[in-house]
Ligand binder design. Structure first.
Ligand SMILES: [Ca+2]
Ligand SMILES: [Ca+2]
Length: 79
């Protein structure tokens, strides 16, 4: 699939968007939205909305997605 990225690429994508506002090591919902819309627009075409995706990724419920939590998205993309 064309959306497949190497771990290094995923890390640099995460860092690029996480640094936009607030904590540079955490993705806010707005940052996640930009990341998905720019890098993986196909992820939002199915049943999953950004809200659902964000809730799914934010496992500890602190309202931000850490790089650790972001791994779940990487898994999703690579399958
Ligand atoms: Ca941030
Ligand atoms: Ca979190």
């Amino acid at each position: 699939m064309s959306t497949k990225k190497s771990p290094e690429e995923m890390k640099s994508i995460f860092e690029k968007y996480a640094a936009k506002e607030g904590d540079p090591n955490q993705l806010s919902k707005e940052e996640l939205k930009l990341l998905i819309q720019s890098e993986f627009p196909t992820l939002l075409k199915g049943a999953s909305t950004l809200d659902n995706l964000f809730k799914e990724l934010d496992k500890n419920g602190d309202g931000e997605v850490s790089f650790e939590e972001f791994q779940a998205l990487i898994q999703k993309i690579s399958t």
